[in-house]
Design a protein around this ligand. Structure first.
Ligand SMILES: Cc1ncc(COP(=O)(O)O)c(C=O)c1O
Length: 384
């Protein structure tokens, strides 16, 4: 179902044409208010109880588990700062031996590549950067690369540069055949693209909240499959240890951890400002329905592709691109400083890789924004 414009929920003036959710999702007004109220609590610390530390994180875990859907539960979710933190946790826990391989996509976001490059070096393993296929069929490239040497595939649901999509369920099936693990970064898809967690069965899955979760910066969520719940966290904080609710017992330094994925929480996970804001945003996403967000952004994306093609850009066919995420590839390098020149007209998109215009709509956009984008493009590109 296509949602009517939700722009009134956002602090987004009429003159702004913001088509750049893949860069940063805007906070809704009530999300900002939730964050401000949380920050203000710290002005009155006598009102913050030990129980609040746990209620704050558990609300975040519950919201994220609801977004993932079954079989995820609150117990499977850790509170992290970033995608890189979540990936580092995956890299610390997934077995990797000398001679084995870790598969990543060429041009993948650094949080994945840098993490696994280090880990592969330490293990004497090989980081294989799978080359971008001319036909955009990433799924085939990944499937063909999986063999007995594969220990881990560290993948997104779509390529962040242009929205090129992957059939993760098929990839999961092949990984299972060779006994390899799956670490997912769904920062650019979760919240705008439905996910079938049961089918994907990731070992670890991370999402930073500040893009399609429409949440604040510096907070994210890590799903950890139950089979890894006994693993090793990156940090050792009092909070993650058994019985930490009892502040009087902290210097017993317990050996045991809090249940489930809680041991993987970053230090100071009870962020009283960021977490309530992230939860308020996820609750609104659940109320809209992710499938409806995909339909709404997808209809705008289709219009953007149609009009982009009429202007000489090319885009991957519908089966090879995510619905909410458009990469318009120009036949020639794009004009210098294109995104800055569009921004001067208050039109916001990203240029990635010199030749690709990345346009990422959401439920605050309408066809008027698409008109504005193409008027702006014609002005800048026509004018040289
Ligand atoms: C695919 C992807 N993952 C993760 C991130 C953010 O990573 P981090 O939270 O480690 O800064 C981005 C930001 O653009 C991204 O595109």
């Amino acid at each position: 179902m296509i949602l009517p414009s939700q722009r009134a929920l956002f602090d987004m003036p009429d003159e702004i044409c913001y088509l750049n959710c893949a860069y940063m999702g805007p906070l809704m007004r009530h999300v900002t208010a939730a964050g401000q109220a949380g920050l203000a609590r710290k002005a009155r610390p006598w009102e913050v109880t030990p129980a609040d530390f746990f209620a704050t994180t558990n609300a975040g875990r519950r919201a994220f588990a609801a977004l993932l859907g079954p079989p995820a539960t609150e117990d499977d979710v850790a509170i992290v700062s970033s995608a890189s933190y979540g990936m580092a946790t995956a890299a610390r826990n997934l077995p990797l031996a000398s001679g084995q391989r870790v598969l990543v996509l060429e041009g993948e976001f650094p949080s994945t590549i840098l993490t696994w490059r280090e880990r592969a070096r330490e293990a004497g393993a090989e980081l294989v950067r799978l080359p971008r296929p001319d036909d955009g069929d990433w799924t085939r490239v990944v499937l063909e690369a999986i063999d007995a040497r594969t220990a881990v595939a560290a993948l997104p649901a779509l390529h962040w540069l242009d929205g090129g999509t992957l059939d993760l369920a098929a990839i999961r099936g092949r990984l299972r055949e060779v006994g390899a693990a799956l670490a997912l970064d769904v920062t650019q898809s979760l919240g705008a693209q439905p996910i079938d967690l049961a089918a994907l069965d990731p070992d670890f899955l991370v999402a930073a909240a500040y893009k399609w979760l429409l949440g604040p910066y510096s907070i994210g969520f890590l799903y950890v499959a139950p089979r890894w719940h006994e693993g090793r966290p990156l940090e050792h904080s009092w909070y993650a240890r058994e019985g930490s609710e009892n502040f009087g017992g902290l210097i017993d330094y317990p050996e045991r951890f809090q249940p489930g994925a809680r041991r993987f929480d970053m230090g100071e996970p009870s962020n009283f400002a960021l977490l309530p804001a992230a939860v308020a945003a996820i609750d609104q996403i659940l109320a809209w329905g992710v499938a409806n967000i995909a339909d709404t952004a997808g209809a705008l994306a289709d219009e953007i592709v149609r009009r982009g093609e009429a202007l000489g850009f090319s885009a991957a066919p519908p089966s090879r691109r995510a619905r909410h995420y458009v990469g318009l590839r120009a036949a020639r390098p794009l004009p210098d400083r294109l995104s800055e020149r569009l921004a001067a007209d208050q039109i916001y998109v990203s240029v990635r890789g010199g030749q690709t215009l990345r346009v990422t709509p959401h439920v605050y956009n309408t066809s008027d924004d698409v008109d504005r984008l193409f008027e702006g493009l014609q002005r800048v590109m026509g004018g040289g």
